[in-house]
Design a protein around this ligand. Structure first.
Ligand SMILES: *[C@@H]1O[C@H](CO)[C@@H](O)[C@H](O)[C@H]1NC(C)=O
Ligand SMILES: *[C@@H]1O[C@H](CO)[C@@H](O)[C@H](O)[C@H]1NC(C)=O
Length: 439
């Protein structure tokens, strides 16, 4: 068998070709059976019990970015997004299905989408990307992840591979909405319209449970094909009744954060070939450039600093109690009527949000990219506060913050978002009328 890799040294690309005399790494054991009536799943997760722990798998994608990085691969890689209740997994195998009879079995590698320095919940499920290199040019239909080559799998994920000819710029990814009782519908409309004006042509929401008015807003935009929604259930064996779900997520902070990770990566891989940038945001956050929109900002950053895996905007609080009403702005517009902010930005790197490059990022976390194709790791660059900031609309600081009172005392008026008001006000009004929220 002939293999090759490309190595780029000092700008010159060499191709190294060698022959493999050893046994082909992809074997085709007769014992693998196509899993059919044995699948175990919940709404979100496919479940595989193994001697290394229980896998809960979300989705699988074919990643053909194999030419990036120092070494290039000959064939695409399957990425499986899953949780495992073991922080140090042993090896797994991918049973790669071309059809029912035709299988290749390949050992997987993995990366943990968390950091050893962060808060841990060691006994809980951990987020991983499991990777399996496909052995030849055929496009797989399904993949099953198992602990032993010949296991009869209880999971079978469709390998998603949807190429399009040109990429759009920005898709916004929103972690699992979990507001069973809060009617945040009007604020959500304003936020959707604002990030659209800034440059998002799609917003992908993950969703636990939401108030019925919020559901109406989501349906409205989904029907217009401006947003997409993926329902979520909790990882592990917990009740998904809305109140119990919300209680679990509220009371188990680290466990909540651990399960926020995979949806961002599901979003990254869903839009890998369709969008240039993944923008991870919560619905109380907006990245607002000092001038222009997101596209202008990225053009400027690329011209000045070149490409990076992620460009990140600094966090700045706009507190709810600092209302600034202005004649022509309807009172229900939260963002437009809150233009007083803390003077001081959160420290560099804290609570940042940004733009993640789909040509380069292999796995990301809420705030930054964690695994990238370059051998040097991920390049997370900060966007200067003279160019853009991450406006965070909250009633209070995040709990861990100590200097909150000080932040609330020293404030400045910052009306940069009013640049969008001429377009934003009528758009929000139209949506609210369509939704029968206002007369
Ligand atoms: C962003 O601004 C540029 C001009 O600066 C404009 O050409 C482009 O259409 C704008 N994008 C959006 C999404 O409004
Ligand atoms: C989940 O919990 C229920 C009740 O405790 C138990 O009967 C069931 O076997 C569990 N399921 C799994 C997949 O562990």
């Amino acid at each position: 068998m002939v293999r090759w890799k490309q190595v780029t040294l000092l700008g010159v690309t060499f191709t190294i070709i060698w022959l493999l005399y050893s046994q082909n790494s992809a074997t085709k054991p007769q014992c693998s059976q196509f899993p059919k009536n044995v699948l175990k799943y919940t709404k979100t997760w496919q479940i595989q019990k193994t001697q290394h722990g229980t896998l809960q798998l979300m989705s699988a994608f074919l990643d053909d970015r194999q030419k990036s990085g120092l070494f290039s691969k000959q064939y695409p890689t399957i990425r499986i997004l899953g949780m495992l209740d073991n922080t140090n997994p042993q090896k797994f195998y991918c049973q790669i299905w071309y059809d029912k009879e035709d299988v290749a079995v390949v050992e997987s590698s993995h990366f943990w989408i968390w950091n050893g320095d962060w808060e841990q919940a060691e006994t809980f499920f951990q987020p991983f990307v499991f990777s399996c290199d496909t052995p030849d040019e055929r496009i797989p239909k399904y993949v099953s992840l198992v602990a032993n080559k010949c296991d009869l799998a209880t999971n079978r994920l469709t390998v998603v591979y949807e190429k399009v000819s040109t990429k759009e710029d920005f898709v916004v990814c929103v972690k699992g909405l979990n507001f069973p009782h809060d009617d945040i519908s009007i604020r959500l409309v304003e936020w959707i319209e604002l990030v659209t004006l800034l440059g998002a042509t799609k917003i992908h929401f993950y969703k636990f449970s939401v108030h019925s008015n919020v559901q109406k807003v989501l349906d409205y935009y989904e029907n217009q094909n401006r947003i997409a929604i993926t329902p979520l259930t909790l990882v592990g064996n917990y009740s998904n009744t809305p109140d119990f779900q919300a209680k679990f997520l509220h009371e188990h902070k680290v466990e909540r954060r651990l399960q926020e990770v995979l949806p961002f990566n599901d979003c990254l891989y869903t839009y890998l070939y369709k969008y240039k940038y993944i923008v991870s945001l919560d619905i109380d956050e907006v990245i607002v450039p000092k001038a222009g929109n997101w596209s202008d900002l990225m053009t400027y950053l690329h011209a000045r600093n070149g490409l990076a895996d992620s460009y990140l905007a600094r966090n700045i609080y706009f507190f709810d109690h600092l209302v600034h009403s202005v004649g022509d702005i309807p009172g229900y517009m939260h963002i437009l009527t809150h233009v007083t902010r803390a003077e001081e930005f959160s420290p560099e790197g804290d609570y940042v949000k940004g733009f993640h490059d789909t040509e380069r990022v292999l796995a990301l976390y809420n705030h930054i990219s964690l695994w990238c194709s370059g051998w040097w790791g991920c390049e997370n660059l900060n966007i200067g506060v003279d160019l853009a900031q991450m406006q965070h609309y909250r009633s209070d600081c995040v709990k861990e913050l100590r200097n909150c009172e000080e932040l609330k005392r020293r404030t400045v008026v910052d009306t940069r978002v009013w640049r969008f008001k001429q377009k934003l006000i009528p758009r929000v009004e139209t949506a609210l009328i369509d939704l029968y929220f206002i007369g």
